[in-house]
Design a protein around this ligand. Structure first.
Ligand SMILES: [Fe+2]
Length: 243
């Protein structure tokens, strides 16, 4: 990303990944490697952030079995495959967000793997970090004000975000991102990220694995339920970190 300050991206990603106590999106987890600088560290290896809540804590909106499989199988799988790819280039030491924002930085033979599995890792880290039953809470404070400025009202934002998620063809994600021109809703296919466009503060996973066990083909119901489990305090925290 060229237009937004990289330190702001770093700050936001640190918050995203601080849900658990063991997050290493940019840090090295190799005990033999003493260089833990997130920018220059080598031998990168990634771990899952702790979920921080029980698999059943989002019921009835997202069921426990979906959460368990999603977190412990899908998220884990992306993490493992990312680490396998990076292990082929121990000399390569770019931060994950830099790789995903500009894949041309990544060695060619692992570029697709980083795009798919690195993206899968990053996208799920954000997704799992912003889920919590909100009892009808809507964003307030500076985030609520910004949503009103850029979308007219929270209801108009909700409608636009839901429409983008419902109409996206195939697997992918819908995002709320912060750009130099304010808040924006964007979609990405597969496990692509919007890091080349702005700083993501909210996303919804619209891969079928995120909802199929409970909702089958009823994606619209899942999207409606998703609005009951957005942790707006967390999203606000991420938003404020971009300022
Ligand atoms: Fe997913």
């Amino acid at each position: 990303m060229k237009i937004l300050k990289r330190n702001k991206v770093f700050k936001v990603l640190t918050i995203i990944l601080s849900l658990g106590l063991m997050f290493t999106i940019m840090g090295c987890t190799n005990a033999e490697d003493t260089n833990n600088d997130p920018i220059t560290g080598t031998g990168m290896s990634f771990e899952l952030p702790e979920l921080g809540y029980a698999y059943d804590s989002l019921e009835p909106f997202i069921d426990a079995e979906t959460m368990e499989i999603h977190y412990s199988k899908h998220f884990e799988g992306y993490k493992n495959n990312l680490n396998i790819a990076l292990a082929k280039h121990p000399e390569f030491n770019k931060p994950l967000e830099a790789m995903l924002a500009d894949l041309s930085l990544v060695p060619k033979d692992i570029r697709t793997a980083v795009q798919n599995h690195g993206g899968g890792y990053f996208n799920h880290a954000l997704y799992f970090s912003i889920l919590k039953i909100n009892d009808g809470q809507t964003p307030n404070g500076e985030l609520g004000a910004a949503i009103s400025i850029y979308f007219g009202s929270f209801e108009e934002f909700k409608e636009a975000f839901s429409t983008a998620a419902a109409s996206h063809f195939g697997s992918g994600w819908v995002w709320l991102i912060v750009t130099d021109n304010g808040l924006k809703i964007v979609s990405t296919a597969n496990q692509d990220t919007p890091l080349d466009q702005g700083i993501p503060i909210l996303n919804i996973d619209i891969w079928e694995h995120a909802y199929y066990l409970n909702y089958q083909n009823r994606r619209a119901e899942y999207i409606t339920s998703f609005f009951s489990v957005i942790n707006w305090d967390k999203v606000e925290e991420l938003y404020l970190a971009t300022k």
